[in-house]
Design a protein around this ligand. Structure first.
Ligand code: ZN
Length: 249
């Protein structure tokens, strides 16, 4: 379904096949208990249309790509309509320029595919103690205008609460961004990345190798927010998917 993950068995092959979905490379993992058998883990975009045909292209050896059709089920995410003063949603020309620059940079980082590193697990540790919202995919309409749907999970917690890496990986980016505030992005390999926003403090550096559970910052209210919380996003093949799928309940 849109915002979800497709697990596709690719069968046996001597070498790891590669696979693409919507032109983007997707994660291909081997199962420790069945070496030589491969599984694709495909992030499905919130904007994916279930009425359209979607195919996973699998490349093994020199042969032509094998096309695997993925049937999507519709999922209707909740809608939030807000009427807010225009000055709260309309950006100044300077802010718009800054936002556009940052949007391109963040899209570039979140679409990284580190082929050499395979995540040890897809099960994520909770990035912060707090109350999880189920607002992933929320369709936001401000003053009658469609905004991007909510691309992550919000975890409400007091400012200063430790924020930890949800899995082992390499810190791919840190920065202070217009909407996201203080942000850390961790690359877990094979196109699997996690993003932590609105931090009061960033307590790591780009290039640092972190284990799951290592503190990388603290909950804050930086960027465009109304109160302290952690915005947590999970990316597969450059696509934000529902973080709740990866976290223990
Ligand atoms: Zn959020």
């Amino acid at each position: 379904m849109p915002g979800g993950v497709a697990i596709v068995e690719l069968g046996a092959a001597a070498l790891r096949p590669s696979a693409t979905f919507d032109g983007r490379r997707v994660m291909v993992l081997s199962k420790p208990e069945r070496p030589g058998f491969w599984t694709a883990v495909v992030g499905i975009g919130l904007a994916a249309d279930p009425k359209r045909r979607h195919t996973l292209s699998v490349f093994a050896g020199d042969g032509p790509a094998r096309e695997i059709a993925l049937a999507l089920e519709p999922k209707r995410y909740a809608e939030q309509r807000l009427t807010v003063p225009r000055r709260h949603v309309d950006l100044s020309p300077q802010d718009l320029m800054r936002y556009e620059r940052e949007r391109i940079h963040l899209a570039d980082v979140s679409s990284r595919f580190t082929a050499s590193h395979e995540p040890a697990t897809l099960l994520l540790a909770s990035p912060a103690e707090g109350t999880r919202s189920s607002s992933f995919g929320l369709r936001r309409i401000f003053n009658g205008e469609k905004r991007n749907p909510h691309s992550g999970m919000d975890i409400a917690a007091p400012a200063g609460t430790p924020v930890v890496a949800a899995a082992a990986g390499a810190v791919a980016d840190t920065g202070d961004y217009f909407f996201n505030g203080n942000t850390v992005i961790v690359d877990h390999g094979q196109g699997f990345l996690t993003l932590y926003c609105h931090l009061s403090e960033i307590e790591t550096t780009v290039g640092a190798i972190v284990d799951a559970g290592v503190q990388i910052g603290r909950v804050g209210a930086t960027g465009r927010v109304t109160g302290a919380h952690l915005h947590f996003s999970v990316y597969l093949n450059a696509t934000p998917v529902d973080p709740a799928l990866f976290l223990a309940r």
